[in-house]
Design a protein around this ligand. Structure first.
Ligand SMILES: *Cc1c(COP(=O)(O)O)cnc(C)c1O
Length: 392
């Protein structure tokens, strides 16, 4: 598409903050890649979706929800879903917000809290929307780099947090690295975050760490402490906070769009309700999420199978001489040693879609979601072949 020459009629209307945004990169389009590869089969490893799908109970819930008819608006409060989440987490439903994906809640938080010029602190490499939504509001975003080993840089975080942010976005596990913060590191963030700031812990991949029986941080192993229970750590804190989770990743519901947040206090939820579009989570989605939440066995099975593949692929790729960041999520961040864009294009020819990283300093990295063992084998074979050829 190229409409280059004359400025579009709308050009002068667009706010400077918006015109300057990079735009979300969803990865290559599967139909385009299918046509390119000629095989007709695409292995999509670009969006951290579950290859194991949702619980079978979800299909039944969706069938019933559609049989009810779609002519009525959904429950604007999502009461049944919020209560189901609240019961599971022992949190009152009035401290829970539902979103059209947790991305929706990231956006609502920015709308409710940020004035132009406010400071937001987050991590790099990181999740693009932790930067995009603040910038839409005219906020400044400071991105704290990870250490050379992809660890949490406590000193750098202390310095950034001393700058007086209004909002702090921290993903645990991190996307794209898949690394986790320990309880001690979380304590460090809590101690260094001004009490006037809203602390947002994005646990989109939390289930993969929390429920993984072989989590690198086994509680009995002092070198690798357990994945921290953020709700427990935050419970006694006299400060504003919100923990975000989603049905998109481990629950396998990315297509229906449901996320939720657990907040420090009902007043924060009421503020989000004021900026939220009232029917942001549709009726079939609410029903699907309730069904998914009710099938914890399916969730545990997804986490167990994913963890096996994370360990297996980390070994195989490391064995082939590639640097793979130790991941506690459902994806791997891999240094291909070559320009990631070119590696990604070569993978397209084999029908494989990964995300080529574009953040400065990481342009040789790709992020690849784990799929089924069969798909993962194809991916490993193609990637090692491409990288073995040397600089493409
Ligand atoms: C995928 C993801 C989300 C949210 O996804 P939704 O589908 O909108 O719930 C949030 N944060 C991070 C870091 C993610 O990777």
């Amino acid at each position: 598409m190229n409409h280059a020459t004359a400025p579009a009629p709308s050009a002068s209307l667009i706010r400077t903050e918006v015109a300057g945004l990079p735009g979300y990169d969803p990865g290559a389009d599967p139909d385009t890649v299918a046509a390119l590869s000629g095989s007709g089969r695409v292995i999509k490893l670009s969006n951290n979706e579950s290859p194991y799908g949702a619980s079978p109970a979800v299909a039944e819930a969706l069938r019933l929800a559609l049989a009810d008819g779609v002519s009525r608006y959904p429950d604007p409060t999502g009461r049944r879903l919020a209560e189901a989440i609240g019961t599971r987490l022992d949190v009152p439903a009035d401290r829970i917000v539902l979103g059209n994906g947790s991305e929706n809640i990231l956006e609502l938080l920015c709308q409710a809290v940020l004035d132009p010029g406010d400071l937001v602190v987050t991590q790099t490499p990181g999740f693009s929307l932790h930067e995009t939504f603040p910038r839409v509001m005219g906020a400044r975003v400071e991105k704290v780099p990870v250490t050379a080993g992809f660890g949490f840089d406590a000193d750098a975080w202390s310095t950034a947090l001393a700058g007086g942010p209004k909002l702090v976005f921290l993903a645990n596990p991190c996307n794209p690295s898949g690394t986790t913060l320990s309880a001690g590191q979380l304590e460090h963030v809590l101690a260094a975050t001004p009490e006037s700031a809203l602390l947002v812990l994005d646990e989109a991949y939390g289930e993969f760490a929390r429920l993984n029986p072989a989590y690198p941080g086994h509680p009995a192993d002092p070198e690798h402490p357990a994945y921290p229970d953020a709700l427990e750590a935050l419970r006694g804190q006299d400060r504003p906070w919100i923990v975000l989770r989603t049905f998109s990743k481990a629950y396998g519901l990315a297509g229906v769009r449901v996320g939720y947040g657990i907040a420090s206090d009902p007043a924060l939820i009421r503020a989000l309700d004021r900026v939220r579009t009232p029917y942001n989570v549709n009726h079939p989605a609410q029903e699907a999420a309730i069904a998914a939440l009710g099938d914890q066995a399916h969730l545990a099975d997804t986490v167990r199978r994913t963890a096996l593949e994370v360990a297996r692929l980390t070994d195989r790729l490391s064995g082939a001489g590639l640097r793979v960041v130790p991941s506690s999520a459902n994806f791997l961040f891999i240094d291909t040693g070559n320009p990631a864009d070119r590696v990604a294009r070569e993978l397209h020819r084999a029908g494989i879609i990964v995300k080529a990283w574009r953040e400065p300093g990481f342009e040789t990295y790709i992020r690849a979601s784990l799929s089924t063992p069969e798909d993962n084998d194809v991916f490993v074979r193609c990637l090692t072949e491409i990288c073995a050829k040397g600089k493409p």
